[in-house]
Design a protein around this ligand. Sequence first.
Ligand code: ZN
Length: 353
Amino acid sequence: MPTTQPASDVVAVKLFNKQGQLVGPVRSDYVFKTQAQWKEQLGSERFEILRHQGTERPGTSEFLKNKKDGVYVCAGCNLPLFFANTKFESGTGWPSYFDAIKPNLAEDVDTSHGMRRVEIHCVRCNGHMGHVFEDGPKPTGLRYCVDGLSLNFVETKDYATLAEDAAEATPIDQLASAVFAGGCFWCTEAVFEPVDGVLEVVSGYAGGSKETADYKKVSGGSTEHAEVIRILYDPKIVSFDTLLELFFTVAHDPTTLNRQGNDVGKQYRSAVFYKDDAQKQQVQQYIDKLQASGKFDKPIVTKLEPLEAFYPAEDYHQDYVKLNPSNPYVRHVAIPKVEKLFSKHGELIKGKQ
Ligand SMILES: [Zn+2]
C-alpha cells in the first residue's frame, strides 16, 4: 500500500501554466500532510477514500453523467489526472477513463482482499484514486476505475485557475547534471547548495561498484569510489563553466593528489566524472586554461573519469553542513569554503540577482 512518504521530496509532474496549457514534466514539491490535516481538508468521506484506500458506493458519483469538457484533478492536491475526453461509460457505476495524464498518476500492485489488482494514486500527494484494469476500450485497452470523490472537475475555460508557479520552471528534460569529487562531500555539497540555478545537490559515491557504495567501505579506502556530489542545475541560469570555476577555485584544492587537507586517500581524490565526450572536453579545456593562467603554481591533478553510475550516500550525509553547523570539522573546513563563495561570488547566490 502506498502509504509511506516517497524517498524524494520532489516529484516530476505536468502542470497547467498561466495560459491554461498543460506543460512539463517539471519539478514540484511532494505534498505531505498529517492524517489530521488531511481529514480537516477533505472531510471524513473523502478522507477515507483518498487516505485509507476506501471505495465509494457505485452509482453515486456526480461525475458519471458529466458531459462537460475539461479535466479531472486530484481532490487532495489539485494535480490534473484525467482529461474529460478520455472518460467513457463503463457500466460499473464508477467514473471510468481509458487514459491518464502521465506521469501524474502512479500505479502500485495491490494484493489486499485476496486479489491482485493495480492500484492508482496521485504521484504528488499519494491520494488513492482507484484501480486500473486491462479491459478498457481502444486505443489503450485500459479502464481506470476511479472514485469520483477522489476528484474535482475543472472546465476547459478555467484551466488557468489551476496554474502553479512550478509550471513556469524549466522542464526536467532541459536540466543538466554534473558530478564532482573534491574531497569530503559534506563540504563540496555546501558550496553548491546556495548557487542560483542549482536545484539539487546530492552527496554520494562514484567510481566503484554498487556493492561497495556505502560510507563504511568507502571511507575505509578499500574501494574504487570517490566521495562525490551530483549537482542538478538549470543551464539557462548557471553554466557548466561557472560550476567548474566554483569547483576548482572555491570547493577544493585541485593540486593535492588523493587528499584534501587532513582527509587522505583516493576516496578524497580530485575528479570530474563526465557524462559524455563533450563534457569531458569542456572540463579538459577548462583545466588547461586554469593551469595556463598561473593561478596555481603546482600542477592540477584532477582526474577525468567516465560516470558509470552515481550512488546516493546514506540519508544522514545529505545536507550535512546545514544540519550540523556546530560540528568542529564543519566549522573549520566546510564553513570557510561557503564563506569564500559568498565573498568572492556574491552575484551567483540565490536571490541576489
Ligand atoms: Zn494529489
